[in-house]
Design a binder for this molecule. Structure first.
Ligand code: BTN
Length: 268
């Protein structure tokens, strides 16, 4: 059931006045916060509108996968209306991953980012990010940034398929986490990095993402929409594409995919 809403006509926010948390739409349960945010964005909801739910019936993950959404998780979707070129959109996943990882680190838990945007602790996934966008050509109407974080999820509530590869902040800390405090810290961090994005300070975002990422330097296997590539991940480019050096000495540029580390393949 919807508890609160600040549904206003479509406007672009000024660069320095995003005020994300001032426009929260809080639900007990929805199918998917991304789907709800999409409906709102199509109806003209303002940039900065945040859709938050306690649980989701049909949480969506990357590549049409399901995002298991038991109670105790933080499930939210942000509506953005960025003015940058379409090719920079994938950097918004970097923005979100950085904000999540930074927030988790503020609890002295060492979160890292696996390209492009899985947030992990000790090699186990703690958060995932799903971008969905709408627009024509280079012009973006809106981008939905969906973030799912295993804040206080009881790992036993996750299916056996992902249980051993997942963790939660509660589990890592062995202590309860204040939901609202975490949410506030996350939104503040997101606003910080999104400001850099809006001001086109891409290098700052990428450089900081690299300090959080555990992907570069690793031998990886990346499953893409068109096939599987293997090689050493040696860099990301200005748009967040992964640069891979293959065994034949070729450089491959990958926009998006599922990245597995060879040194973890046994547990994948
Ligand atoms: C992934 O596959 O890693 C991305 C998972 C993204 C899940 C979040 S939960 C909130 C938002 N709503 C959804 O339906 N999905 C995203």
């Amino acid at each position: 059931m919807m508890k609160e809403s600040a549904f206003v006509k479509k406007t672009k926010t000024s660069l320095h006045n995003l005020d994300f948390l001032k426009k929260p739409c809080v639900f007990d349960i929805v199918d998917s916060t991304n789907a709800t945010a999409r409906d709102f964005a199509t109806a003209g909801a303002q940039e900065g509108t945040v859709v938050i739910a306690r649980t989701q019936r049909q949480g969506r993950g990357r590549y049409e996968r399901r995002w298991e959404s038991p109670e105790g998780g933080l499930y939210l979707s942000l509506i953005l209306r960025p003015e940058s070129a379409y090719e920079k959109t994938s950097l918004l996943a970097f923005v979100a991953a950085l904000a999540v990882a930074k927030t988790i680190r503020s609890y002295k838990v060492h979160a890292t980012i696996k390209w492009p945007n899985d947030v992990r602790v000790n090699g186990r996934k703690i958060a995932g990010i799903l971008l969905e966008s709408e627009g024509q050509g280079q012009s973006i109407d809106y981008v939905i940034v969906g973030v799912g974080i295993n804040l206080a999820v009881d790992l036993k509530d996750l299916s056996s398929r992902i249980q051993t590869r997942s963790t939660s902040l509660h589990h890592e800390l062995q202590n309860p986490v204040d939901y609202h405090e975490f949410l506030n810290t996350f939104i503040t961090a997101f606003e910080h990095y999104y400001k850099s994005y809006q001001e086109q300070r891409w290098d700052e975002i990428i450089d900081e993402w690299k300090t959080y990422s555990d992907t570069l330097g690793k031998n990886v296997r990346v499953k893409t929409m068109t096939g599987t590539l293997e090689g050493k991940a040696f860099d990301v480019d200005k748009s967040g594409f992964l640069l891979l050096l293959t065994s034949t000495g070729e450089t491959k540029k990958i926009l998006s995919g599922d990245c597995l580390y060879f040194d973890e393949l046994d547990h994948a």
